[in-house]
Write a protein that binds this ligand. Structure first.
Ligand code: SF4
Ligand code: SF4
Length: 440
């Protein structure tokens, strides 16, 4: 197979970054590169998908990485996995034996080890330029589940299912494989249901995930976790703050201790992002250095500043998010940066995951969520038309259309960035806007 052939299969199968980002994979792999890095860091607390896929699907993942390395002209392919995922590491060590172009890189247990820029630096000791992407330093980075979906695409099997860890205040934490579009409340029942009557659900990880407002919501191709928490949990409060309140609190309480900047993972890579200065500029209306505020565009909203670093419980992250939205409205983009030098104390300032979990108040929820092989009969799915970076897809089916699992239901408009969507169960289309509903 050549690169064009693989890109075509991956595009046709609707593969997107399954780790949460949702970038269309056919665009990402359509590059000659030096190194393909498989991101097995899974750095968000409680989520347990990739580490189990590495253990249970090691042969297929290794074969697929070999193919990727060959077609992209890379000199090596690297599985970057936390050393603490012992079962996965042992299995990979066995399967990788004798594969001269493939390697295993062991990561420490810190947050956010899975941030693409952080990961590339850990593995290659190269800093992706601020605002840039890994290919600028010769790397393509792909999440473990995405690699598995590439493997399926090579067999002409489209993305119809998703692996999700269901944990938190549920009877029996579990990692399941369910059709894309399965309603969240149905998936919670697969983990024995919530153990509380007043609860909220975070979609994704505790740090970067979003609190679901609609209990009828369904999972997408990027949902990695569903975490049930008591509705009084402090983690939920920090996700709900209004920007004006965040700003007022910052004006009253920020002591400019710089802890948010000192521990910011992107600042530590040498990026010009300094959250304490952005916060000072916004809360005191300083306008003499707009470049300081514009650097908010480099913020990944990882939450290290507000959920871990700040002693005053302030949120530079939410302010950065507001600045980013405003800059995007005016179509402002920071000029491309060059490869900066990381901070000399970066190594000492990494955030240990164990301490982060304690600070988030999640220690009680640190339980195994084993991957189950059970097949679940799902009767109804709700497919969002935008499950990826880019533009929304357009439905190519009508109410009443009968479908088999795997048939295309929505296409990306010609020439636009996006990824097509397939029926995740067999059944009849009952609705096509604002999303596609299929019922058995
Ligand atoms: S850590 Fe908190 S108090 Fe310290 S500078 Fe940052 S926002 Fe202000
Ligand atoms: S959320 Fe905070 S710590 Fe994370 S990148 Fe943004 S400013 Fe830095």
């Amino acid at each position: 197979m050549d690169l064009a052939g693989l890109v075509s299969l991956v595009k046709s199968a609707g593969v997107v970054g399954a780790g949460g980002a949702g970038f269309p994979t056919h665009q990402k792999i359509n590059n000659q590169c030096e190194t393909v890095i498989i991101n097995g860091a899974e750095c968000e607390p409680l989520i347990q998908v990739d580490q189990q896929l590495l253990q249970h699907e090691a042969e297929l993942l290794v074969d697929t990485l070999e193919t990727l390395v060959a077609v992209t002209g890379a000199s090596r392919g690297i599985f970057a996995v936390k050393a603490k995922y012992r079962a996965a590491v042992e299995k990979l060590q066995q399967v990788l034996a004798g594969k001269s172009r493939l390697e295993l890189f062991l990561l420490e247990d810190f947050y956010p080890a899975g941030d693409e820029h952080v990961l590339v630096y850990e593995v290659l000791q190269r800093v992706v330029p601020p605002g840039g992407i890994p290919i600028q330093v010769g790397a393509v980075v792909m999440n473990v589940e995405t690699l598995l979906n590439v493997a399926m695409a090579c067999r002409e099997e489209p993305v119809t299912h998703k692996y999700v860890t269901v944990t938190g205040a549920v009877a029996k934490p579990v990692t399941v494989r369910v059709p894309v579009g399965t309603p969240v409340k149905t998936i919670l029942q697969l983990a024995g249901g919530p153990t509380l009557s007043n609860y909220r659900v975070i979609e994704g990880g505790p740090m970067m995930g979003k609190v679901l407002v609609n209990p009828e919501q369904a999972i997408t191709k990027t949902t990695k976790g569903l975490i049930v928490l008591p509705d009084s949990h402090r983690l939920l409060r920090s996700k709900h703050l209004d920007t004006r309140i965040v700003l007022k609190r910052a004006m009253a309480a920020c002591c400019q201790c710089t802890a948010c900047t000192d521990l910011c993972p992107r600042h530590l890579l040498g990026h010009s992002l300094e959250p304490h200065r952005i916060l000072r500029s916004l809360s005191h209306n300083y306008t003499n250095d707009p470049a300081v505020v514009a650097a908010a565009q480099l913020c990944t909203e990882c939450g290290a500043c507000d959920m871990y670093a700040c002693p005053m419980d302030l949120s530079p992250r939410l302010l950065n998010s507001a600045v980013k939205r405003e800059l995007a409205k005016h179509q402002f983009r920071l000029p491309p940066g060059t490869e900066p030098l990381p901070h000399p104390e970066r190594k000492q300032r990494k955030i240990p995951l164990k301490r982060l979990i304690t600070r988030l108040g999640l220690s009680n929820y640190q339980r195994e969520a084993p991957l189950t092989n059970n097949q679940f009969a799902i009767d109804r799915v709700v497919l969002e038309l935008k499950q990826h970076v880019g533009v929304s897809c357009s439905p190519v089916v009508k109410p009443g259309t009968k479908l088999e699992v795997g048939q295309v239901v929505a296409e990306v408009p010609e020439g636009k960035l996006g990824s097509r969507i397939h029926a995740s169960i067999s059944g009849k289309v009952t609705k096509v806007a604002p999303h596609i509903v299929i019922e058995r």
